[in-house]
Design a protein around this ligand. Sequence first.
Ligand SMILES: [Zn+2]
Length: 355
Amino acid sequence: MALLVVLASFASGVLAQTPKKPDPKTKPPVGKGLASKPAPPPPPPPIAKELEEEVASIAAATGARLSASEHPVFDCASSLSRDETLIVVDGAEKAFAVFKEISGVSGPAEMFGIKKPLLVILPGAESYKKLGYWYEKAKGRPGMGDAVANSTYFPFDSPRCLIGMHLKPSDAVGLAHVAAHETGHLCVQRYKFNSNYSPPWLCEGMGAYLEARVFGITNCYCFSPGGAQRYGAADAGAVLEKLSDLQFAKWKTAVKAAAKSRQLKTFANFIPLQLSELGAGEVGKAWSMIDYMASLGPGKVGAFIGAVKRLWPAAVVYEHTPAKTAAQEKAILEVFGVEVAGFEEQWRAYVMAKY
Ligand SMILES: [Zn+2]
């Protein structure tokens, strides 16, 4: 620490000196001397005690070595180096900024409360599987352990907002995509929170939309046609191999062609689908619906999600019900002033003109 202080004051002393005129006869030393060395990075700011304790509790339960860090929207518990952690966190922070823009939400506190959502980056599947059981016990959510054990990443919406993920077989850049995508799920689940299930097309569409807006490429999918719902299910699956590192522009072209030839399921037909029943076509329609809503003005996407939550049936049921379709149809009429079929034709015209 003392050395850091000395170096820092020496470096700032060097910078403060009046620059001398260079002597053309003497070559400046290459890669040598203190002046050419970058100043040492400042030490990380102190971490809130509550976060330190929570991260220590997760580390103890998962057996992973984790460092806590605080960021504008998210907190982080990471097994990565500080620089790599920043790459992952940046994906989530940027995704939230896009959601803020399209939803009109005032800020993270409106959605998450006083505690920032926590990104947990674990080193591998073994420690990751223990995260759900820690959550189940520490946060009183039975069943979370088994649900998480069957995935490679997971958005926990309540009572503690948290995104869990692990490094195998990914890396910091891959996890930045996961962080942006899962932020999409967390945003749909938490915005105007109703403590009930959110429409799967909207959750998955928002994940893909935010990831595409942040990176221009999508690489993270939860849906696996024919398989069980599993966050991260498609990442390792050859079924969707053609979807890895998919350029957003390319996906737009495909959606445009499908919209033109009316190959895609109608909105009314894909509203009832569960995550496990969504395919690339439906997800392309889902994010392009969100994109169209966003094009109608700032806050329109938020107004739609808010109306869906307000009109949502009170019964907490995982499966789709007709009341869930009715809530979404009413929300479209209320926010956009047209019936679903009319809204769908507007979407088609937008996609064909813009994509
Ligand atoms: Zn997803």
